[in-house]
Design a protein around this ligand. Sequence first.
Ligand SMILES: [Zn+2]
Length: 166
Amino acid sequence: MRCPFCGHDDTQVKDSRPHEDGAAIRRRRICASCGQRFTTIERVQLRDLHVIKTDGRRVAFERDKLARSVRIALRKRPVDDERIERIVNGLVRKLEASGETDILSGDIGKLVMDTLREVDIVAYIRFASVHWDFRETKDFAAILESIPGTAEARAAAAGGRQDEAP
Ligand SMILES: [Zn+2]
């Protein structure tokens, strides 16, 4: 692993430990040349996934992008980082296990929505309102009505969205 500070290509691993429930390994490294310390995270990548966007473009699947949108949906909700990482790992594993290497972005959205619905209803509504075109989904109102405590959740989701405005 090359040092990100000086470019020296001999860095030593000081320690390794399981990360994110064992789905990854976290290594602390030190550069033999400049002495800077840094951390790397190693993950198993089962296959190269691609996303087919709604406009037909095919782009490489980015775990970080998925993680970011899940984190935004769960911002200020009672779900800690460790659990968010486990949720994202679970999503990626499901995608990898689907047997497809090209996945429709809408299918990823649905998978995330199904997962968030189980985790936190406010996060579910936030994610759904950002990533789903509800103008075409007449039954979204029906979905909302079927969820207990929806009025509060909707108000919280609207508040969350205001926070995220750039
Ligand atoms: Zn260095």
